[in-house]
Design a protein around this ligand. Structure first.
Ligand code: FES
Ligand code: FES
Length: 213
């Protein structure tokens, strides 16, 4: 493509380009400030210059509340909750499958509501209660939903199952006597590539019928 020629006296900078650059810098500063103001964050480092705070691209200290424990971690601002759970906290029950919010394999509870942890930044989870599939076990006893999956043999390769279990836990917390249709609707965001849906729905129905608590 033919390049635009500069006329004599032009510097190569345009007013429009300059404003775009300034806008980008202000936007980035706003993001950084928001990160620093989030609950549960400690400042790993900061440089104050003309009112702009900066944190390094890595080394942001935060405290996550996971499965009833406080877990201090050092994260990059762009790290997802899923990455931190698996790679730093060793909680590999939460699965990374699509990494784009399309399969439900990474489902965890955030303040009791199910979310896709691949879509949440770790810094945004600070100050909230995170529960993973490992955290559903209480005093060495499986959660009734987990037990129902075992009893119903609701699994083939098993890779999607932790996501289904956690999503089902949230569903039954909201609808303890969920109907088959409510179960299908509630689990619509979770994908099983082995197509073990019949056994999965049966397990959740069993947990619902058993009072699941
Ligand atoms: S890995 Fe998060 S939704 Fe698929
Ligand atoms: S059991 Fe294999 S993906 Fe669901």
């Amino acid at each position: 493509m033919k390049q635009k020629q500069s006329r004599p006296g032009e510097t190569g900078f345009s007013r429009r380009g300059f404003l775009k650059g300034v806008g980008g810098a202000v936007g980035a500063a706003a993001v950084v400030s928001r990160v620093l103001e989030a609950p549960g964050l400690a400042r790993a480092d900061e440089i104050t210059r003309e009112g702009i705070r900066r944190v390094p691209a890595e080394g942001l200290e935060i405290t996550l509340h996971v499965n009833g424990q406080e877990r201090p971690v050092t994260v990059r601002p762009d790290q997802t909750l899923l990455e931190v759970l698996r790679e730093q906290l060793g909680l590999t029950g939460t699965k990374e499958i699509c990494d784009r919010g399309a399969c439900g394999g990474c489902t965890v509870l955030l303040d009791g509501r199910s979310i896709n942890s691949c879509l949440m930044l770790a810094v945004d989870a600070a100050g909230h209660e995170v529960r993973t599939v490992e955290g559903l076990v209480q005093d060495g006893r499986l959660d009734p939903v987990q037990q129902a999956f075992v009893d119903s043999d609701a699994c083939q390769c098993g890779y999607c199952i932790p996501g289904f279990v956690v999503r089902s836990r949230a569903l039954l917390d909201e609808f303890p006597n969920a109907t088959p249709q409510q179960i299908r609707d509630g689990l619509a965001g979770n994908i099983c590539r082995c197509a073990a849906y019949a056994r999965i729905f049966e397990a959740v129905q069993t947990a619902a019928a058993g009072g699941n608590g």
